[in-house]
Design a protein around this ligand. Structure first.
Ligand code: SF4
Length: 293
């Protein structure tokens, strides 16, 4: 038996059938790009700010949702979570946030929202809106925590503190019906395996509900790519090497934590290293088969 539920299993149990995310670029920016915190962004982030290649930011939120529903219905999926994915999706005036979130929720096929953001962009005003949404809809906040080691956050130019991350998790937990998941990157420059385990232990204590695990990978057009070319960055050479570490990290998490992602993914055209990152499934297969053994 797997030790933790995957998000597919969790949502299937909760909603009684398959539920997929629909990715949205709602036109937000990021304080680490617009000059408020910094201009250069995190070293691993390219100018698309995590937007998948098929998402069209020129379309409105409702047009993007409509296209996503159409595309996924062709694959037999009929219910969805609107995933505000690109850039920092709580970084706008409350009136703008409210309008964009509700625009996605207008569709009967949309069961809720998942909002990806930075820990330093959680505040009481945006939580008021999300808590109101959570009265009627499934509501999840995805926090880019990445690591609980300040040296590592500084090394990748996150421009926020570990305390920001802990504070954000606790603020979300004070609100009703909002789930919180942590994005972590395993293999950050300067970190050893015991550092990943310390991060897993710390965020478990803070009280997260879910996790997205990423391995460190290098995308074209990033500061990380330049460092990689200079030989300053190491990545997991094989999916087996990463799977062994990821499996151990998962063992540090309480069994109630839902796994929303097992590894990073990026298409071949944008990828520099490691090459197995363009295979969406390989790491997950290795991790889950190891857990099930
Ligand atoms: S906070 Fe997110 S969008 Fe902003 S630079 Fe970092 S990874 Fe990119």
């Amino acid at each position: 038996m797997p030790s933790h539920l995957s998000v597919g299993e969790y949502w299937e149990g909760r909603f009684g059938g398959k539920v997929y995310r629909i990715s949205i670029d709602a036109g937000f920016t990021c304080p680490n790009r617009d000059g408020t915190k910094g201009k250069n962004g995190c070293t691993f982030c390219d100018e698309r700010g995590s937007r998948p290649h098929y998402v069209k930011p020129s379309l409105s939120v409702s047009e993007q949702v409509r296209e996503g529903i159409k595309r996924l219905k062709e694959r037999g999926i009929n219910r969805f979570i609107a995933y505000f994915q690109a850039y920092t999706n709580t970084y706008a005036p409350p009136s703008v946030l409210r309008e964009k979130y509700y625009e996605a929720l207008e569709f009967p096929e949309i069961l809720g929202i998942s909002v990806s953001t930075r820990p330093d962009c959680i505040n009481e005003e945006n939580l008021d809106i999300l808590e109101e949404i959570a009265e009627k809809y499934y509501t999840l906040i995805e926090l880019g925590i990445q690591s609980v080691h300040q040296k590592s956050l500084d090394r990748i130019n996150r421009m926020h503190s570990v305390e920001d991350s802990e504070r954000a998790v606790k603020m979300i937990h004070n609100r009703k019906n909002i789930e919180v998941l942590a994005h972590l990157i395993l293999g950050l420059p300067g970190e050893k395996e015991e550092d990943f385990f310390k991060t897993a232990d710390a965020i478990s204590k803070w009280g997260i509900d879910g996790i997205k695990l990423h391995h460190l990978y290098v995308v074209k057009g990033t500061a990380l790519a330049r460092e990689f070319m200079q030989g300053k960055i190491k990545v997991f050479q094989t999916p087996e090497e990463y799977a062994r570490v990821a499996r151990e990290v998962i063992q540090h998490l309480p069994p109630s934590i839902i796994i929303h992602r097992y590894s990073g993914y990026t298409p071949k055209e944008q990828l520099i290293a490691p090459d197995w990152t363009s295979n969406r499934f390989i790491a997950r297969q290795l991790i889950t088969s190891d857990i099930e053994d």
